[in-house]
Design a protein around this ligand. Structure first.
Ligand code: SAH
Length: 248
């Protein structure tokens, strides 16, 4: 019987030394060395066609900065995906993501989709970004980390990979920490407390020390709803639409 391959990220970057970087530490780092996920890092510059290993050129029409060439990027993508697919046919179904401020905003739903796909190919831009024709010519999904501009896609790749890896089987200590946390049910997380029981005259809420599991669960649900309503009206609205009042 064929065993499923561990979740795999293929990262295309001009800065391969940035990987695994932070993903080599803590939870993700331990999981990487345990083989619960794997990482292939591809140096885009290896696919340049001239002796200067050029990957970018000036923008047509003028303007500041440089633009990444479509021919070099397409060669890097095509060879990477073809090689991966030869090892694992499932790669054909896995997303090809270009990190870009114009993309779909990364959220927990997208993290679950990328996890379920079994892996992803991640293109990290630099300079002013990539030639638009590349985005039209390949089945690329653009993903944004948020409404701000990074100097490169690598930090967005860290974020996506980290968010996926912590959900993989055996990576987090307690399985529940994945199901109870923020966004799991459309709400932000309830407040957490630990020892000391009183700190700077502030006591841990009594109910949490009661040992009464139902009351604790009800209190946490109530807090999660209050915090979500106050801080994220957008999440609160869709939560309420899915879950009519009074039906808990
Ligand atoms: N000129 C572009 C920004 C380029 S920033 C623009 O105005 O949209 C250089 C690279 O950083 C991009 O190609 C992209 O890969 C990455 N990047 C920048 N901001 C990002 C964000 N918010 N989310 C994901 N990737 C981002």
């Amino acid at each position: 019987m064929a065993t499923a391959m561990p979740w795999k990220a293929r990262v295309l970057t001009l800065y391969p030394a940035m990987f695994p970087g932070p993903l080599g530490q803590s939870l993700a780092g331990r999981a990487l060395s345990e083989g619960r996920w794997s990482l292939a890092v591809v140096d885009i510059r290896d696919f340049a066609r001239d002796k200067h290993r050029t990957v970018d050129d000036t923008p047509c029409g003028g303007g500041p900065g440089m633009v990444m060439r479509p021919d070099v990027l397409a060669a890097a993508i095509d060879e990477t995906v073809a090689a991966a697919q030869a090892e694992d046919p499932a790669v054909a179904q896995q997303p090809l993501i270009y990190f870009s401020p114009r993309g779909r905003r990364l959220d927990q739903a997208l993290v679950h989709e990328v996890k379920a796909a079994g892996g992803a190919t991640l293109l990290c831009g630099r300079f002013e970004g990539v030639d638009e024709r590349l985005l039209d010519a390949r089945p690329i999904v653009e993903v944004s980390l948020g409404d701000f501009v990074l100097s490169g896609g690598e930090i967005a790749a860290y974020a996506l990979i980290d968010a996926v890896v912590r959900l993989l089987p055996g990576v987090m200590g307690a399985e529940e920490s994945g199901t109870e946390e923020s966004f799991a049910d459309g709400l932000l997380e309830y407040p957490q407390y630990t020892r000391p029981q009183v700190w700077e005259d502030r006591a841990v809420p009594e109910v949490l020390l009661s040992g009464h599991h139902e009351k604790i669960a009800a209190w946490r649900r109530d807090q999660a709803e209050k915090i979500t309503a106050a801080r994220r009206p957008d999440l609160w609205e869709s939560y309420r639409r899915r879950k009519p009042a009074g039906k808990n």
